[in-house]
Design a protein around this ligand. Structure first.
Ligand code: NAG
Ligand code: NAG
Length: 673
C-alpha cells in the first residue's frame, strides 16, 4: 500500500494512526507544512521500504527503530528541523540505497549498521552536525555502488584510502576535519571538493592519466610540494588549490587545460614566472594573489578584468603600454652574461681495450664482418649481426658495432667510442642495451652487444615494408615500449650518480627484443652530468633533427630535459605513427602535434590508424598529450622522467585491474635497477 499526499498545504502533525497501516510500503508526505515530531510507531511498520518527508517543518528525532522491522530502501527527510542521531538500524537489512538527510540538525556518529550497507548509492548528509570518524567500510572498493557522497559542513574526521571507489562521481567533504594524503581520483569521479580540511602531502601524480575530474577543489588544506606537470592532461573546468603550502613553478602544462575557466592558486608559495601558455586559456576567474611570482604577466592577462588577480606578488609587473592598477611597469631586461665556464667531462683517455664482461668472443669471427650481415648503420659506424661461439651455451647471436678509424673523423669518433664504453660499462638496466665487450685495433674499434631480435622501433613504426612485420604494433605493445623507455631514462637521470644524459633518444635508437621489450641503445653522444639539473653541464652538439629541443638553437647547452623532449617526440611517434622529421626542413612532429592540438583539439585523426581501437582511444589521447607536454619549449617546465614514468604507469595499473596483466608488464616495482 502506498500513501502519497505530497506537495499540498497540509499543516499540523503527522497522525499517530499512520503507525497502524501495517501494509504501508511507501509514505510520501513531502512538500507540506507538517509540524512536530514523527510518530515513533511509523518506524515499526513491517513493510515500509520508502519514506519521503522532505520540505516540512518536522522536528525531534528520526524514528529510532526505522530499518529494524522492514527492508528499508530509501529515506529522504532533508530540509526539516530534525535532530539527534540517525537510527541505529537504518541499514540493518542491507537494502538501503539512498540516505538523504541534509539541512537538518542531526548530530553524533553515523550508525554502525552502515558498515555492511553495500547497496548504498547516494549519501547526502550535508549541513548537519555529525561528528566522529567516517566509516571506512564505505570507501571500500569491493562491491561498492556508492557514487554520490555529499557530507560537507559537518565535523567528520578520518583518512581516505589511496584509491577511492571506482563508481564515485561526486565527493564533497568541504568543511570537515578529514586528514592524511589526497586520494587518487581515478574511475568515474567528476567532482571532488575538499576545501577546508586537514589533507596533507603532495598532489599525487596519478591524479592524471585516467582521471575524468572536471572540478577539483583542494583549497585550504595543508598540501605541500609542487603542482604536477601532468595536471595538463586533466580536463578540468575548475581548479582551486588556494590556501595551501604549494611551492615551485606554475606548470606551463596549464596551457593544455583548454576548458579551464576558474583557476585559484592564491595564498601559496608559488614562484617563478607565470607561464605564457596561460594566454591560451579563457578564464572567467583567476586568482594568483599572495604567492612569490615574478616577471611580466602574460599579455592576455594584462587587462582590467584581472585587476584583482595578482595582489601581493611583489615581483610581478606589466608592460608599459598596459598599466594595471597596483602593478609596476617591467624594466627592460638586461642580458645576463652566458656562463662560459665549461665543465667538460674528463673522459678516460687511455681506454684501449677493455673487457667489460667475461664473455669470450673470438676476434676472427669478428673480423669477418661483411655487408651481408650488416643490420644497420649509425652515425659512427655500421652494426652487424654475428653468431659467436660461447663456451657455455653454444652459439649466441650478437650485435657488433664497428667504428672506423678514419683519419679526419678520428677525434670525434674516439670521443663517441669512449663515451659509449665508459657509460655502458658502468650501468646495467633491463631497459638499456647491454655492452658485452669492446675490442680496439689499429684499423677498427668493435663494440659487442646483446642482439635484439626485433630491430629498432623506427623500423616497426615507419619502415614496416622493409622488415618482415606481419602485424603492426598494437596499442599495448606501444604503451609497454613507452614505459620501458621511460624506465631506462628515469634510471639514467635519477638513479645514476652522477646522472647520465643520452642526448640522442630517437625511435632508431630504441631496440626491441623478441618479446618487444624496449632497450635504449647508442650512447655515443651520451654525457655524464656534473650535477643533475645543471643547465651548463653539457654542450649540446649533435642530436638528430626532429628530436632536438629548441634550446639547442640558442644556447648549445642542455641538461637531462633534452632527453625528456626527445622522449616526448617518441611518444608522439607511437601515438600518431608519424615520423619525427619527415617532409623537409619545415616539418617537425612536435610542432605539428602542437598545432593540430591547438586547432582541432584531440581528434581521432591524430592517431595512427593501427591503434584506433575504441577501447584505448582515450588512453592514446592521454599519451599523445603527455608527448606534447614533454616537447614543451621551456626545459625547466618539462616534466622529469620520473613524473612521466608515474603518469604512464597509471595505465599499467588500470589494465592490470581489468585483468590484462598477460599483455602488460607484471613488474610491480616502479624502478628496477
Ligand atoms: C584572491 O585570493 C586572496 C587570498 O586567498 C583573497 O584574499 C582574495 O579575496 C581573492 N581575490 C578574489 C578576487 O577573489
Ligand atoms: C606594447 O608595446 C610594445 C612596444 O612598445 C609592443 O611590442 C607590444 O606589442 C605592445 N603590447 C601590446 C599588448 O600592445
Amino acid at each position: 500500500m502506498e500513501l502519497d499526499v505530497s506537495s499540498n498545504k497540509l499543516t499540523g502533525a503527522i497522525p499517530d494512526d499512520f503507525g497502524k497501516l501495517v501494509n504501508l510500503t511507501m509514505l510520501f508526505l513531502y512538500k507540506n507544512q507538517l509540524h512536530g515530531s514523527i510518530p515513533p510507531s511509523i518506524g515499526l511498520l513491517p513493510n515500509l521500504i520508502d519514506i519521503r518527508l522532505f520540505d516540512n517543518l518536522l522536528s525531534g528525532s528520526l524514528l529510532p527503530e526505522l530499518g529494524k522491522h522492514s527492508a528499508l530502501g530509501n529515506i529522504e527527510v532533508p530540509n526539516n528541523n530534525l535532530s539527534g542521531e540517525l537510527p541505529d538500524y537504518l541499514c540493518s537489512n542491507r537494502k538501503l540505497y539512498d540516505i538523504v538527510v541534509f539541512n537538518n540538525r542531526f548530530s553524533g556518529k553515523l550508525p554502525k549498521s552502515l558498515d555492511g550497507c553495500y547497496l548504498l548509492e547516494n549519501l547526502m548528509l550535508y549541513n548537519n552536525i555529525f561528528t566522529g570518524e567516517f566509516p571506512k567500510s564505505l570507501w571500500s572498493v569491493v562491491t561498492n555502488r556508492l557514487s554520490v557522497v555529499m557530507i560537507q559542513n559537518n565535523n567528520f574526521s578520518g583518512t581516505f584510502p589511496t584509491h577511492l571507489p571506482w563508481n564515485f562521481t561526486r565527493l564533497d567533504i568541504r568543511n570537515n576535519r578529514f586528514s592524511g594524503p589526497i586520494p587518487t581520483l581515478a574511475g568515474k569521479m567528476k567532482v571532488f571538493q575538499a576545501a577546508n580540511n586537514l589533507l596533507s602531502g603532495e598532489i599525487p601524480w596519478d591524479l592524471t592519466g585516467t582521471s575524468q575530474v572536471v572540478e577539483l577543489d583542494l583549497s585550504r588544506n595543508q598540501i605541500t610540494g609542487s603542482i604536477p606537470m601532468t595536471i595538463g592532461v586533466l580536463k578540468l573546468n575548475t581548479l582551486n588549490l588556494s590556501g595551501n603550502k604549494i611551492s615551485g613553478n606554475i606548470p606551463a602544462a596549464f596551457g593544455f587545460m583548454s576548458v579551464l575557466t576558474i583557476l585559484d592558486l592564491s595564498s601559496n608559495a608559488l614562484s617563478g614566472e607565470i607561464p605564457k601558455e596561460i594566454n591560451k586559456l579563457r578564464l572567467n576567474f583567476l586568482n594568483l594573489s599572495m604567492n612569490h611570482l615574478s616577471g611580466e604577466i602574460p599579455t592576455s592577462l594584462q587587462n582590467g578584468a584581472y585587476e584583482e588577480s595578482f595582489f601581493f606578488n611583489p615581483g610581478l609587473c606589466v608592460s608599459p603600454n598596459n598599466s594595471i592598477r597596483n602593478l609596476p611597469i617591467c624594466r627592460v631586461r638586461s642580458n645576463i652574461g652566458d656562463d662560459t665556464s665549461r665543465r667538460l667531462i674528463t673522459l678516460f683517455s687511455a681506454v684501449a681495450s677493455i673487457m667489460v664482461a667475461g664473455l669470450a668472443v673470438d676476434y676472427d669471427v669478428l673480423s669477418g664482418l661483411s655487408e651481408q650481415n650488416c643490420v644497420g648503420s649509425g652515425r659512427s659506424g655500421k652494426v652487424y649481426r654475428i653468431c659467436a661461439v660461447d663456451g657455455a651455451d653454444g652459439n649466441r647471436i650478437l650485435a657488433v658495432k664497428k667504428i672506423w678509424n678514419g683519419q679526419n673523423l678520428a677525434e670525434n669518433l674516439e670521443k663517441d667510442f669512449l663515451a659509449e664504453v665508459r657509460i655502458l660499462g658502468e650501468i646495467r638496466h633491463t631497459n638499456i642495451v647491454k655492452l658485452l665487450c669492446c675490442i680496439s685495433s689499429s684499423e677498427a674499434k668493435l663494440l659487442v652487444y646483446e642482439y635484439m631480435e626485433n630491430g629498432s622501433l623506427d623500423q616497426w613504426l615507419h619502415q614496416r615494408d622493409r622488415i618482415v612485420a606481419p602485424a603492426p604494433l598494437d596499442w599495448l605493445k606501444r604503451l609497454q615500449i613507452a614505459i620501458d623507455l621511460a624506465r631506462g631514462l628515469c634510471y639514467m637521470h635519477h638513479d645514476c650518480s652522477p646522472a647520465i644524459v643520452h642526448r640522442d633518444v630517437k625511435s632508431a635508437n630504441i631496440l626491441l627484443d623478441a618479446e618487444f621489450r624496449a632497450k635504449i641503445a647508442d650512447f655515443g653522444l651520451a654525457r655524464i652530468l656534473v650535477k643533475a639539473g645543471d643547465l651548463k653541464s653539457v654542450s649540446a652538439i649533435g642530436g638528430t633533427f626532429g628530436y632536438m629541443p629548441p634550446e639547442y638553437g640558442y644556447q648549445r647547452k642542455g641538461n637531462e630535459k633534452v632527453d625528456v623532449y626527445s622522449f616526448g617526440v617518441v611518444l608522439l611517434e607511437l601515438t600518431t605513427g608519424r615520423v619525427a622529421n619527415g617532409g623537409g626542413a619545415e616539418y617537425c612532429l612536435a610542432e605539428w602535434a602542437w598545432r593540430q592540438y591547438q586547432e582541432y583539439g584531440l581528434s581521432i585523426d591524430l592517431l595512427d590508424e593501427d591503434i584506433r581501437d575504441p577501447a584505448y582511444i582515450e588512453d592514446a589521447f592521454t599519451v599523445f598529450t603527455l608527448g606534447v607536454i614533454c616537447t614543451g619549449g621551456q626545459p625547466s617546465l618539462r616534466p622529469s622522467m620520473k613524473d612521466v614514468l608515474y603518469a604512464l604507469l597509471r595505465f599499467e595499473h588500470k589494465y592490470r585491474e581489468r585483468g590484462q596483466q598477460d599483455t602488460v608488464s607484471e613488474e610491480t616495482s616502479l624502478l628496477e635497477s
